[in-house]
Ligand binder design. Sequence first.
Ligand SMILES: [Zn+2]
Length: 439
Amino acid sequence: MADAMEIVINSQSITDALQKYCSEFQTNISELKPLQFKAVQTLLSKKDCICALPTGYGKSLIYEILPFIVPKCIVIVIVPLNAIIEQQILKLYGQSFSMSMSKDTVDLSITKYFFFHPETVLISLEVNKLFRSVKFQDYNKFLVIDEAHCVIEWGGEFRKDFKRIYQLKSLVSCPILALSATITKAGQTEIAKCLHLTNYEVVSASPAKDNMKMVVMNRPSPNSKGNTSFTPYDYIFVPVLQQLKSEIDNFEITIVYCKTINWIGYGYELAKQILGDEFHSGKPSEKTARVMMYHSSMEGSDGKLKKHIVETLQTERSTIRLIIASVALGMGADLRHVKRVIHAGPPTSLETYIQEIGRAGRSHDDALAILFFNKSDIASAHMTREMKDYCVNSTICRRSLVNQYFGFETQEVKQFSICCDLCNNELGIEYDFSKLSAN
Ligand SMILES: [Zn+2]
């Protein structure tokens, strides 16, 4: 790699780089956060970096800023999902490339960021040719693995090319940045092993965000006397929808995660019943609904409605106030105005739970995460021990429990009042769930 990599950064050089970055992409960021700075510094010292920072911290800025610091710089980003690629292409408009753009040639003097699926980057002859070209070799390069926990989660049979990403190192020899929001210490070691990293540093912060109130509540069990299979869901949906009906556009944007499409559909139909004329924000159409469903089989492959949902939720005055979603609403969706995440049942792992509640509180305002569980949930064989422990725990601060699992010390919480329902049982829960009893 060229001499350019012997760059030492200081606050002035970072300020200059950020100024150029901001004017290029019309955004406003005045400084790098300490851990963004540390990650950039690690890469510039030619070391690999595993970066585990909570959602909303600004992980992508770590690689986006590099071409503004390092001359003749190319950033290759491996991304598991189209939604993330599309979002980044839009953000880095004019300087980014993905295979789906089907350009004939790539102008290296303009293009700084290359986005690929793991499957494409490993098998495409075009990509291979590009990476081997003399011109390309001449550039300073960085390889980024976004959502790096997929390397371990999806490295099995499903999308097994994730496990082969290390093979890229023979084509592009350069510092590697592995990004994720939720990896345990053991997960970090596993990622390093999968990517064949030897000389690397870990830059990490607790995934339990300071601005997040964490609450766990019982939901009725369908098997208890007098209950039906609908009871556990009515218990959650009815108060939430009544609140939405009374607050309408002042209702804080909320996601309710459900495990199956049937229950997502049930919540949606209930919303139509309860909200009546208020279900739509204008002339009734698919796009004026205040309540939306989001799941993997909601429509054909063109994804227009999903795109509409994500784009609307990025606006300050979103007409969509409630999203009833499956795990499909997850990685990479930058839904910065979501304030509450309610789980109508625990996900299978604590990693997934933390990822999903991370959809709220990205704007740094206070956010709320409520997890509902019942006896049947706890009896499930498809849930990790840590997830069950998180549900049934009634003594240890919930933030501490999450920190313990991910290997962090719990700092004294700046605002004790927003920690969790075990630290503060007066925590403001806006809904009155008690109207329906939790048996
Ligand atoms: Zn607490």
